[in-house]
Design a protein around this ligand. Structure first.
Ligand code: IPD
Ligand code: CA
Ligand code: CA
Length: 252
């Protein structure tokens, strides 16, 4: 991961949009993804890949699948905002097995292996015990699908009135890992891609947190899904109940 991060922290990269002004890709995203897919294929021959860039979706028939976001928080990265990271998850038999989220400028390497706890730079992580009313909520407004932003805003307003305050860093993986550390307590996004959360939700669960989708089940590891998360099951359920007051099915 540190070698991959070397390709990220360099200066002088190109920025392109992927159809809309909000959805960016840089030459660093492509370089990091290329580096990781080559190295990880050598490390685990026969494994599959689901990666954000270049439509890399090779999951069928593979017991092990790497789910990779080469840079989570690209809009931050492109502007020199250091809230961004590399996110790598390994799934085995369709379930989360390992996750690493490395944010080089924040100096934080988060990692977890299923059943073995989660860590940041060697220190064991544990979620907060704050009640919902004192919780800080990480959330976002459906950046790439603005037609759902009014709905997000209604849900976020409802959650905001029940909790302490709202935060947004611009990297879902960093935000979920910060929830694992206990800095924050609550999380909601209407629609994320698996590479945004596949590593970080394992890290959060291994720190004692709770994660679910709109059905109250584990978010999908291979297709887009809603992500609700919290420091405990009751708070996770309360976010879900709030969301269900606004919609009776996903808009996608
Ligand atoms: C984005 C970030 C952001 C979240 C977006 C994601 P990207 O990932 O995780 O926090 O709100 O939904 O798409 O595009 O920077 O890799
Ligand atoms: Ca992402
Ligand atoms: Ca990305």
């Amino acid at each position: 991961m540190r070698e991959a991060a070397g390709l990220m922290v360099r200066s002088g990269f190109e920025v392109h949009d992927k159809g809309t002004i909000e959805n960016l890709v840089t030459s660093s995203d492509l370089a990091v993804q290329d580096f990781l897919t080559n190295k990880l294929a050598e490390l685990l021959p026969g494994s599959g890949f689901l990666c954000e860039e270049e439509d890399l979706n090779d999951i069928a028939g593979h017991e092990y699948v790497w789910v990779i976001d080469p840079i989570d928080g690209t809009a931050n990265y492109a502007r020199g905002n250091r809230n961004c990271c590399i996110s790598v998850a390994l799934t085995k038999g369709g379930e989360q097995y390992m996750g690493v989220v490395y944010s080089p400028w924040r100096g934080e390497c988060y990692y977890a292996k299923k059943g073995q706890g989660s860590y940041c730079n060697g220190a064991r992580l544990k979620v907060s015990d704050r009640p919902f009313e004192n919780g800080l909520l990480f959330t976002a407004m459906s950046t790439y699908r603005k037609e759902w932003s009014r709905l997000c805003s209604d849900i976020i307003y409802d959650l905001y009135m029940q909790c302490n305050d709202v935060r947004r860093t611009g990297s879902a993986a960093v935000e979920l890992c910060m929830t694992a550390t206990g800095y924050n307590d609550l999380y909601f996004e209407l629609r994320l891609m698996p590479w945004d959360y596949a590593a970080a939700t394992l890290i959060l669960k291994e720190a004692g947190g709770c994660v679910c989708n709109f059905k109250g089940e584990e978010p999908s590891l291979y297709v887009p899904d809603m992500v609700i998360a919290a420091n405990n099951e009751a708070n996770c359920r309360r976010i879900l109940d709030t969301v269900r007051r606004h919609i009776d099915k996903l808009p996608y």
